[in-house]
Design a protein around this ligand. Structure first.
Ligand code: B12
Ligand code: SF4
Length: 508
């Protein structure tokens, strides 16, 4: 398979709706793992990367010359770059195959396939290689794992879901050769998470089996990225990094002699083993992104979080006392959360000394139950899709039953004010106050987008709420049905909801 020309594209954010949180990353690692693996399996291929997060544009690449164009996107990236996707369609060579992967292709393959020949609906390395091989050898694609495409009969075809046992893939640092100064380099050390939180789309992408790379391989990978980019801060994208304590100890030991800093994702129970937290801290693990979600027991129960709400505050305070900075998404939008509940949760975040709460709106994809037999709490008709703010959680993307979407968005915006006011009263340590100030600045950068979204929502919601602010659900549903009824019937013909093996593999 010599001489293949392959372009990998990461679609970027809409300029009016940036990801302004302190965690905004400088690249998403998924496409880099796919590109690195493809390069490794096809050593004679020329694999290039176009990173729109850094301002690179597909039109600056010789689009007509590529045999394959691989595109990665979240929903917000997809709907913010329709023009770019159309441009790729126009300018690509006649034989070029477009493959789309990442979260949006996984959860809305029917949208991805408007601009791509194939969509990959879960882990992408092995399927990409299987697909390119099959196409190069003129073989059928029916056996390619995790693949979605429009079959000869015009229906959406969903191939089998495969969860892989181990993975030893590393980012090829040459793909980062044009990187600007990175504030984080994103990498994965493990994949999968054994929990099963109701809203979690992550386990649908990467599975519930927890698998790790060897600590030595991780060290080699990070050192190579550091040599290439100079970056010594790593964002570990693992779904639940602290799943296995022995692995954490090994990683801590492996990086003891390095001067790297890490942020990792974990669950709040990590606070129960302060010995491990401090051991990791000695190797640079000073920040965590925790799935706190709420302090409200009814919210936690609704999400199947399996944590004791009464211990949330104490555990968070333990992190603060040990100078560990906690980031967390705080989810609003459930029926039990009225304005008063939103305000007290925002205040509680400061009291519990979370350093970077991100107030977000509950979000879901439509048709997940229909297509995959997956749990879906928000009905199709209540989801606001096909806009640049789609699944960008800082922006309300649902029609709540108990308040207008614009009110919820206002509540999200006001939560930051409530949080910062109380946090500055509580935090005395200069380093923590400086962090809070920096965070307040990054939140400010997102304000214009939120205000713009409030205006958008206020127009959109007008027909659908009574004067007292209750959702006119029948009207909303009948409008949705007339708009998407045909799409739903078409998707219904591909539904895997009754396919027991498929459903089991999809959620596990
Ligand atoms: C870690 C994480 C973060 C981190 C870091 C993200 C990063 N890498 O830059 C933080 C906290 C910063 C973050 C922020 C956001 N995130 Co996030 N995040 C995740 C999480 C938990 C893991 C992502 C990850 O990197 N995994 C490891 C890599 C290896 O997996 P991967 O990216 O999925 O890639 C694999 C496959 O998808 C596939 N693949 C990917 N691209 C391609 C391309 C091709 C061509 C092919 C064939 C395959 C393929 O192959 C890859 C390797 O197997 C996911 C859930 C998940 N994926 O499991 C959510 C997730 C991706 N995030 C999500 C969202 C919405 C966001 C935000 C927009 C939140 C917000 N502000 O509203 C921001 C956007 C930031 C950004 N830079 O894009 C949503 C996306 C929903 C959607 N469909 O659009 C997800 C799915 C969360 C969820 N609902 O479960 N996130
Ligand atoms: S702990 Fe996190 S990654 Fe695991 S299922 Fe729950 S939300 Fe998903």
């Amino acid at each position: 398979m010599s001489g293949l020309d392959i372009l990998c594209v990461q679609l970027g954010f809409h300029e009016a709706y940036p990801d302004a949180s302190t965690l905004a990353t400088t690249y998403n690692d998924g496409i880099y793992y796919v590109a690195s693996f493809v390069q490794q399996e096809f050593p004679d291929a020329r694999v290039e990367m176009c990173q729109m997060f850094w301002g690179e544009k597909p039109e600056d690449f010789p689009l007509a010359d590529y045999d394959y164009i691989l595109i990665s996107a979240l929903a917000t990236h997809f709907w913010s770059n329709i023009e770019t996707l159309e441009l790729i369609q126009r300018r690509k060579g006649p034989g070029c195959v477009v493959i789309m992967g990442g979260p949006h292709a996984a959860f809305a393959p029917y949208e991805a396939l408007r601009y791509a020949d194939y969509a990959v609906t879960a882990e992408g390395e092995i399927p990409s290689v299987q697909l390119i091989r099959a196409l190069q050898e003129h073989k059928p694609v029916t056996d390619v794992d995790n693949l979605a495409y429009i079959g000869a009969d015009g229906t959406l075809t969903l191939n089998k879901v495969t969860r892989y046992g181990s993975f030893a893939n590393a980012i090829n640092p040459s793909l980062l050769a044009r990187a600007p100064k990175l504030h984080w380099a994103t990498v994965s050390m493990s994949r999968g998470c054994p929990f099963n939180c109701s809203f979690c789309y992550a386990i649908r992408l990467l599975g519930r089996r927890f698998r790790t790379k060897t600590a030595q391989d991780v060290r080699g990978e990070l050192d190579a990225i550091h040599r290439q980019t100079g970056c010594d801060r790593f964002y570990i994208t693992d779904l639940n990094f602290t799943t296995r304590k022995d692995y954490c100890r090994e990683i801590a030991e492996t990086f003891r002699d390095r001067d790297y800093k890490f942020i990792a994702m974990s669950r709040i129970n990590h606070a129960d083993d302060m010995d491990l937290v401090l051991d990791l801290k000695r190797s640079g693990f000073e920040e965590y992104c925790l799935g706190v979600e709420s302090e409200d027991p009814s919210v936690l129960q609704a999400f199947n979080k399996r944590v004791d709400a009464s211990e949330q505050t104490e555990r968070l305070l333990r992190f603060a006392e040990n100078d560990i900075a906690i980031h967390s998404a705080i989810i609003f939008g459930l029926d039990v959360q009225d304005r008063q509940a939103i305000e007290s949760t925002a205040y509680w975040c400061a009291e519990a000394r979370i350093m970077h709460p991100v107030f977000v709106c509950l979000a879901e994809y439509p048709f997940q139950d229909l297509l995959y037999g997956a749990r879906q709490d928000i009905e199709d008709h209540r989801i606001i899709m096909e806009v640049p703010t789609y699944q960008h959680y800082s922006f309300v993307g649902i029609f709540p039953r108990h308040m207008r979407p614009s009110e919820l968005q206002q509540g999200i915006l006001d939560s930051y004010g409530i949080f910062f006011k109380r946090a500055f009263e509580i935090e005395r340590r200069p380093q923590r106050r400086a962090r809070l100030k920096a965070y307040a600045r990054s939140v400010e950068r997102g304000r214009a987008g939120m205000e713009q979204h409030i205006r958008f929502l206020a127009e959109l919601e007008k027909p659908y709420y009574t004067a007292s602010g209750t959702l006119k659900e029948d009207l909303l549903k009948s409008d949705f049905d007339s708009r998407y009824g045909e799409l739903r019937s078409w998707l219904g013909r591909s539904s895997r909801r009754q396919d027991v093996e498929f459903v089991k593999a999809y959620s596990r």
